[in-house]
Design a protein around this ligand. Structure first.
Ligand code: NAD
Ligand code: UFG
Length: 340
């Protein structure tokens, strides 16, 4: 069976992907510095699957450690999640973002090349499309005008990988452009564990629902959308995790670098999310309207046909399941992985 190095595997999307890899009998080696995660997530992954993985606590910016890992384990492919992801923070600490997300990725690609490992799945983002295009966004659209430093790092790494694959046909690279990941494993044992005040809508909604925060601020009520609030393509983290397995199965050892949108193909507004949350879970989410947030766009959703036809990936979960599972996770773990 193939051995997969998963950088950032203890994080939100990484932990769900590790779970699915173990379920499909892959050998899994995780490298994570736990900057934004805890080992408890991987303990639970092993409990849920009744399988074990190898965990190495360390940083992708450590070339000696990377060489050691590639020497010790016979890695067939890498799924690269490790990085920083907070949009606001990236504006305040650009160098940290450049260092972690760009220099860290280069260190990883160097070590891969040294070890003759050329199969890579990279966590990219719909943010690389910038503000230029109207949704649905498809992979033929040009990229290049990101609105923040975080998005810029994703764009740069995409471009580096494109050039790398042009320079050496041994590279086989999948760029997965995630839309808005939400939800949790249906067991409620693993999920998103934001530190401090959540930046993203879904953890904020569940924290208001559980009483940890007073009310949600809805950023903008005058967008040209169905009800004036922002529209996004929410994608269940289980479907997103599965896209990585599809990319591995379909792309391994195929030459080139190619991008796929990973979204459901339809959008929901903030008010639709709140209403559906109440319908599904029976819990009210108190909110107020606030000014638009800098850098936000009105509407963003995917054309996901390329992933469906080329990767054989089909999203299984709708908005109701996403909201059910986000709430289930939050209820069972009111303080994330810290308690209960
Ligand atoms: P996360 O923060 O939960 O996971 C990232 C993991 O990487 C964490 O466990 C963190 O400890 C680890 N890490 C960070 N820097 C590291 C380093 N230098 N060395 C080793 N480990 C390091 O985030 P996530 O939501 O699971 O996101 C995973 C990837 O997907 C990230 O690259 C993110 O940018 C990308 N992405 C996320 C979203 C989203 O909304 N969640 C959207 C698009 C793309
Ligand atoms: N929103 C609120 N209140 C909040 C948080 C969010 O009204 O407290 C709204 C936003 O204005 C937006 C929607 O909810 O309309 C979704 O916002 P998120 O912050 O959850 O997600 P974004 O679409 O802004 O950002 C996400 C990822 C980024 C990625 C970007 C583009 O978090 O990493 O998609 O792909 F860069």
């Amino acid at each position: 069976m193939l051995t997969i190095l998963v950088t950032g595997g203890a994080g939100y999307i990484g932990s769900h992907t590790c779970l699915q890899l173990l379920e499909k009998d892959y050998e899994v080696v995780v490298l994570d510095n736990l900057a934004n995660s805890t080992l408890e997530a991987l303990r639970r992954v092993q409990t849920l699957t009744n399988k074990s993985l190898t965990f190495i606590q360390g940083d992708i910016r450590n070339p000696q450690l990377l060489d050691q890992i590639f020497t010790q384990y016979s890695i067939d492919a890498v799924i690269h999640f490790a990085g920083l992801k907070a949009v606001g923070e990236s504006q305040l600490k650009p160098l940290e973002y450049f260092d972690n997300n760009i220099s860290g990725s280069i260190a990883l690609f160097n070590a891969m090349k040294k070890a003759n490992v050329f199969n890579l799945v990279f966590s990219s983002s719909a943010t690389v499309y910038g503000e230029l295009h109207e949704s649905p966004l498809n992979e033929m659209m040009c990229t290049g005008t990101t609105t923040n430093n975080y998005g810029y790092t994703k764009l740069i790494v995409e471009q580096l990988l494109e050039k790398l694959s042009q320079s050496d046909p041994r590279w086989s690279i999948a760029l997965l452009r995630y839309f808005n990941p939400v939800g949790a494993h249906p067991s409620g044992l693993i999920g998103e564990n934001p530190r401090g005040i959540p930046n993203n809508l879904m953890p904020y909604v569940t924290q208001v629902a559980i009483g940890a925060r007073e009310k949600l601020s809805i950023f903008g009520q005058d967008y040209e959308t169905i009800d004036g609030t922002g529209v996004r393509d929410y994608i269940h983290v289980m479907d997103l995790a599965n896209a990585h397995l599809c990319a591995l199965q379909n792309r391994i050892n195929r030459s080139g670098c190619r991008a796929w949108n990973i979204g459901t193909g339809s959008g929901a507004s903030v008010l639709q999310v709140i209403k559906t949350f109440k319908d599904v879970n029976g819990v009210d989410v108190k909110y107020e309207f606030a000014p638009r947030r800098d850098g936000d766009i009105a509407i963003c959703y995917a054309d996901n046909q390329r992933a469906i036809s080329e990767l054989g990936w089909i999203p299984q979960y709708g908005l109701e399941e996403m909201l059910r599972d986000s709430w289930n996770w939050q209820k069972q773990n009111p303080n994330g992985f810290n308690e209960g």
